[in-house]
Structures are given as structure tokens and as C-alpha cells.
Write a protein that binds this ligand. Structure first.
Ligand SMILES: Nc1nc2c(ncn2[C@@H]2O[C@H](COP(=O)(O)OP(=O)(O)O)[C@@H](O)[C@H]2O)c(=O)[nH]1
Ligand SMILES: [Mg+2]
Length: 406
């Protein structure tokens, strides 16, 4: 009996010891994993912060604040509060462009529009497919609208001599001029020059931002660019400028001069002729703003001045007898018919359209806005860019650090 009692006592002791051990092991002597607190207002400071016992790499990062530059303390609200402008994105595309425009949308949404939720208008000379609509609607945070281009805006005007136009296409093909033999590219350039802003879906809006398939944005844009345009009284903007292929526009400047002679009332007094010409307007230097990116004012494009300009050029026939691009057509209009203060260069919108990159000059800006472009790819200060002229004509100081990028 005494032996059994002793045996029972051993079992009770062993049980108590086990329970005590369990409590000790689950108490503070072994630290539990904790997330660092990024919500405080002061920059991440390792002193007094709980240690990360689970990941030694993360612990090292906290010990060296310089290696942890993301001191955005709180996540910004998902959507910026306040009013919106009467603005939309606009894309001209074919159904087969769906996956390339999907990439562009993703860039635009991630860097800008998820915070603003602006609408997006898609235009096409054929009906959009269900797939195109489904994919793009899923990606855009604002409303999406799909428009069919009326036939008369995407065909040869009756004053065009078909034989002459066909001959030009053959010659340009021989000379290997890019898109030289393409009919659809010519309709596209003419449409972007004179019609997209008059499409019924676009009539609801005052501001547009043009987006093409396969473009990229490299920095966060944390303000409403449309509001900026309105508040600063801007009408047209660009990120990349360059020289046009001469072979595509041999008589464009003559047509422009005919227009300015016929309509001197449409020419702005304080214009940007110096951007276009080095001899006071006698000849064109071929500088233009690259129109695959544009943020601009639709009312300006719908104005009598611009419509007179477009109709005058259209009747000159160069969209078909040459291969006039919408970039020089828009640029010449903006440079001559707007006051120079109404044009804007968005240094802060980091952009890529094959083959050129605009990566903002200024390291601090790039770091603050989480840019992922390589500054050595920046085209602005390259000899083939016209952006330098824009700075000189407007007498504005070039961004700090530009010399290093020349
Ligand atoms: N609907 C439609 N869109 C077109 C056509 N050709 C070009 N585009 C669009 O017009 C824009 C310019 O065309 P793109 O091929 O990018 O020309 P590039 O940038 O000058 O090489 C893009 O938004 C294209 O999606 C066409 O035949 N039909
Ligand atoms: Mg393109």
C-alpha cells in the first residue's frame, strides 16, 4: 500500500512539473513574431522597436535604416477624395491589340488611375469583340465606353485621287518608309488628327489623356494631372519630342503656311514658332511632340481654329499623297494656335513607347515617386530630342542633373 502511495506521489509530481514547464515555455522568454509598426509618424527607427525573431534578414534591415528607404508610413487612401475633372482616357485600338492595351492599362491604373478612377473611351473602326470589352472593363477602375468609328471618318475623302495615292504607297514601299504602304495607318493618322475628339462618346468630356498599346509608366503620379492642366490654364502637353521623318511630310509645312496666310486670326500672338522653325517660319525643322502620349483639352481641338486648320490640311491631301502623322499635325497646331504658356512638358510622367523613354531628370524625384526607369535611358537631352528647344524658347531652367544625362 505504502509502495502504491509513493508511486502515485511520483505521478502527481511529474504531472505538476510538466504543467509548469508548459507555462514557462509559452511565456515571454521566447519572443513571438511581430510585424514592425510602420504606422508611426517618425521614420522607421530600430531603437525600442520589437525585434523580428523570425527573419534575421528583416531584423538586419531594421538595424540599418538607410537600407530601408520606404518610409511611407501609412498606405494612402485607395481613392483620392474630392472632385474630378470632366476627363477621360482615350485609346484607339483593334481587337487584336487587347493584350498590349491590357498592359498599358495596368501601368496607368497602378501609377495613377486607381487613385482617381477616370473613365476610359475605346474607339475602333470595327466592332469591339466581347473579349476586348471584358478584359479592358475588368482592368479599368473608371467606367469604360466602346465606340465604333463612323465609316466617313475612316475612309478616303472623295477629293482624293485614288491612283495618285496608290502610286505614293508603292513608292514609299520601295523606299522602305515605315508604314509607307499602309492604308489603315493613314486612316489612323487622319482620324487622330481630325476626328477622335468629335466622336459622340468624346463629346461628354473636356479633357483627354491618350494611351496606346504597349506603353509603360515608370513613376507614381500622386496628383490629378487633369486638374493641374485646368488650374495652370494648359491646353496641350507632352513628355517626348523629336524630329519627324522628312520623307513622310515633304509638303506639310507648305500646307501649314497656306493655312496661316488664309487664317491669320487663328495664330496665337505669343506662340511657339521657335519650337518649329529656326528661321522665323520660313522652313520647318521637323520638331514635334510625340502624340502617342497626350493630355489635352478637347474643346480646343473642337474649336473653329483647330477645325479650320484640320480641314485645310485635309484638303491639301497629304494624309494620303504623303504620310502625314497626327504627331506633327497636332504639334504644329499646338505650337502656332496656343499661347506658349498653354503648352506643358510633364517631366514627372515617366513614359515609354517603343523605342523611346522619358525618365524624369532628378534623382530625388525618382526616389520619392518609386520610379523604375533607368535614368540613362532618358531621351530628353539626346541630340535627336527637341525638348531642349522647348526649355529654351520658354526660358525655363532645365531640371537639375540634366547635364549628366546628355
Ligand atoms: N482601330 C484601329 N486602330 C489602329 C489601327 N492602326 C493603328 N491603330 C491604333 O492607333 C494607334 C497608333 O498605332 P501604332 O500601331 O501604335 O502606331 P505607331 O505608334 O506610330 O507605331 C494605336 O493606339 C493603335 O492601336 C487600325 O487599323 N484600326
Ligand atoms: Mg504606338
Amino acid at each position: 500500500m505504502a509502495g502504491t502511495q509513493r508511486y502515485m506521489r511520483y505521478i502527481v509530481f511529474a504531472l505538476i512539473a510538466l504543467i509548469l514547464l508548459f507555462f514557462i515555455s509559452s511565456s515571454s522568454s521566447v519572443p513571438s513574431a511581430q510585424w514592425p509598426n510602420y504606422t508611426s509618424e517618425t521614420p522607421a527607427d530600430p531603437v525600442g522597436k520589437p525585434e523580428l525573431a523570425t527573419a534575421s534578414g528583416a531584423k538586419d534591415q531594421l538595424a540599418q535604416p538607410t537600407t530601408s528607404p520606404n518610409d511611407a508610413k501609412t498606405l494612402p487612401p485607395a481613392v483620392v477624395s474630392g472632385d474630378r475633372m470632366n476627363a477621360t482616357f482615350v485609346t484607339l485600338a483593334r481587337n487584336q491589340d487587347v493584350w498590349e492595351i491590357a498592359k498599358s492599362i495596368r501601368h496607368v491604373e497602378d501609377r495613377f488611375n486607381r487613385k482617381f478612377n477616370y473613365d476610359w473611351v475605346f474607339l475602333n473602326d470595327a466592332e469591339f469583340s466581347d473579349e476586348f470589352k471584358k478584359v479592358t472593363t475588368a482592368l479599368v477602375s473608371g467606367k469604360t465606353k466602346y465606340g465604333l468609328i463612323p465609316k466617313e471618318h475612316w475612309s478616303f475623302p472623295d477629293f482624293i485621287d485614288q491612283d495618285r495615292a496608290a502610286k505614293v504607297r508603292d513608292e514609299m514601299k520601295e523606299k522602305k518608309i515605315i508604314y509607307g504602304d499602309s492604308i489603315s495607318y493613314r486612316h489612323m493618322c487622319r482620324y487622330e488628327s481630325g476626328f477622335f475628339f468629335r466622336h459622340p462618346l468624346m463629346l461628354d468630356y473636356e479633357w483627354y489623356w491618350r494611351v496606346e498599346p504597349s506603353i509603360e509608366l515608370y513613376c507614381d503620379i500622386n496628383y490629378d494631372t487633369f486638374k493641374f492642366m485646368a488650374e495652370k490654364k494648359k491646353k496641350y502637353s507632352f513628355v517626348i519630342s523629336l524630329y519627324e521623318y522628312v520623307e513622310t511630310i515633304p509638303t506639310l509645312w507648305d500646307a501649314v503656311k497656306n493655312f496661316t496666310t488664309a487664317h491669320p486670326e487663328h495664330i496665337a500672338k505669343d506662340n511657339s514658332m521657335k519650337f518649329l522653325s529656326d528661321d522665323g517660319g520660313e522652313t520647318y525643322n521637323h520638331c514635334h511632340f510625340w502624340s502617342n502620349f497626350e493630355i489635352g483639352n478637347l474643346n480646343w481641338l473642337r474649336s473653329k481654329a483647330y477645325i479650320d486648320y484640320f480641314e485645310s490640311l485635309d484638303h491639301a491631301g497629304g494624309f494620303f499623297y504623303e504620310r502625314w502623322g497626327d504627331a506633327p499635325v497636332h504639334s504644329i497646331a499646338a505650337a502656332l494656335m496656343l499661347q506658349k504658356e498653354e503648352l506643358h512638358f510633364f517631366n514627372d510622367i515617366a513614359y515609354y513607347h517603343v523605342p523611346f523613354t522619358h525618365c524624369p531628370t532628378g534623382e530625388q524625384y525618382r526616389l520619392d515617386h518609386k520610379c523604375h526607369c533607368n535614368p540613362s535611358d532618358n531621351f530628353d537631352w539626346n541630340g535627336y530630342s527637341c525638348t531642349n528647344r522647348f526649355f529654351e524658347l520658354n526660358d525655363i531652367a532645365k531640371p537639375e542633373g540634366y547635364e549628366k544625362e546628355q
